[in-house]
Design a protein around this ligand. Structure first.
Ligand code: MN
Length: 196
């Protein structure tokens, strides 16, 4: 079993959706966290771990480091991120880092050969949501799309994620990740359009 910890914005949700498109990680469980909470949230994890779009927080760096180190003794850890790092990661952690592109683009490049064709659409949405669609690869991919529909979809995703504030928010977000990973686009996810 693999656990994915990701950010609950468009970039984080799209990163997780791309990972779940791969055969190996289609059953991975998705959880949401944030930089200050990461060290706390990974406590007691006894599974393979993937972290996306979560900055390493300076104040909790030591705690996060030692927990990652402990988990990495028995499990694989992939860390996909694009924020500046206050320090290194434990040597056994596979650190895929690039500060010039979105976390979604990092994940997209890493799993490129295992992704279905519709992954391109989700990769672009994640990049647009983080205002990082102006990279060479994303600009090249944008040419294959109807820009207006893509930006509508990205807007729906960003707004939908912000508005899903009910008690079952994490379940809603998990459901969104699952649906995106199966080839649905934000325009298909109609429940976002309803008032809670
Ligand atoms: Mn991001």
């Amino acid at each position: 079993m693999t656990i994915i910890f990701t950010h609950l914005d468009g970039d984080g949700v799209c990163s997780a959706a791309l990972i779940k498109m791969t055969k190996k990680y289609s059953n991975a469980q998705v959880f949401f966290t944030h930089p200050a909470g990461l060290g706390h949230d990974i406590k007691g994890i006894e599974d393979d771990l993937i972290i996306c779009d979560i900055a390493l927080d300076k104040r909790s760096y030591n705690k996060t480091y030692s927990r990652l180190e402990k988990i990495s003794q028995n499990h694989s850890i992939h860390y996909f991120d694009h924020h500046s790092m206050p320090g290194s990661l434990p040597p056994a952690v596979i650190n895929i880092h690039n500060e010039k592109v979105s976390a979604t683009e990092i994940v997209y490049r890493y799993f490129y050969h295992e992704l279905p064709e519709y992954a391109d659409h989700i990769a672009l949405l994640g990049a647009i949501c983080d205002y990082l669609d102006n990279t060479p690869l994303m600009q090249e991919m944008l040419h294959h799309y109807e820009r207006r529909s893509l930006f509508l979809d990205a807007g729906l995703l960003a707004q939908g994620l912000m508005k899903s504030n009910s008690g079952s928010r994490y379940d809603t977000l998990r459901n969104v990740v699952n649906r995106l990973s199966k080839g649905e686009f934000p325009c298909d996810i109609k429940f976002w359009l309803k008032e809670p």
